[in-house]
Ligand binder design. Structure first.
Ligand SMILES: [Zn+2]
Length: 224
């Protein structure tokens, strides 16, 4: 669909921001090249990115060169760690104004449950009228910038939010924050970075503290 059509539909559904979550190491690659990257573009530019279990299937399904967004902050909404990582890029919905040359996809379901034979209309919303089935906060309905081979700049970025893994794993957060600050400085980027403050009923701290150190390290490591 066209970016302006999608924007209109998302605004009507109460979506004002778009959220992209990733690991620290992949986030650092984004910062170094000045914008979010599709998995394929990061690979082509030989930039470090954390492997995802869905990578091979994504190539087969033709979404490997797409950038994925959610309509909510999943960690905040679900009170648990986002599977994709510890760093969240929060964009204004107005970022769609800069994407009029791209096809914007809104998925009916997460591509991990797609079949390679599924039609375009089974995969994506096709018309504005279909958005009665769109729900803000449905984690399977992703907003994607399709086939994008350049960085998506930070002009419309509100902030970067990083998880707080708690006192026991503080070393990971400190090192990640240090590397992010250094990269912002090196790249002359002025972006707001905030450490996530969770309510007591969020399960993230317990999960970070009770999992093997590798669980946290995977999300916070600063190089591969
Ligand atoms: Zn939390």
């Amino acid at each position: 669909m066209k970016a302006n059509e999608v924007k209109e539909c998302l605004l009507r559904a109460g979506v004002n921001c778009l959220y992209h979550c990733n690991t620290v190491v992949t986030a650092l690659s984004f910062l170094r090249c000045g914008g979010l990257l599709s998995r394929q573009t990061a690979e082509r530019l030989r930039l470090p990115q954390t492997r995802q279990g869905s990578d091979e299937m994504d190539k087969l399904l033709g979404v490997y060169n797409d950038i994925f967004f959610d309509s909510v902050d999943i960690h905040e909404r679900a009170h648990k760690i986002n599977d994709y990582g510890a760093v969240l890029f929060v964009y204004s919905i107005d970022v769609l104004d800069s994407l009029s040359n791209y096809d914007i996809g809104v998925t009916h379901d997460n591509p991990i449950r797609w079949d390679p034979d599924m039609s375009e209309s089974e995969r994506y919303f096709q018309r504005k009228e279909e958005f009665i089935y769109f729900q803000k906060g449905n984690f399977a309905q992703h907003i994607t910038v399709r086939n994008i081979s350049v960085p998506l700049p930070f002009d419309y970025l509100y902030e970067i939010v990083i998880d707080n893994p708690g006192e026991d794993r503080r070393e990971y957060l400190n090192e990640a924050l240090r590397c992010i600050a250094q990269t912002l400085y090196d790249c002359d980027l002025s972006l707001s970075v905030r450490v996530r403050q969770c309510p007591d009923h969020c399960s993230c701290i317990q999960k970070y503290q009770n999992s093997k150190p590798g669980y946290t390290y995977y999300r916070f490591q600063t190089s591969l």
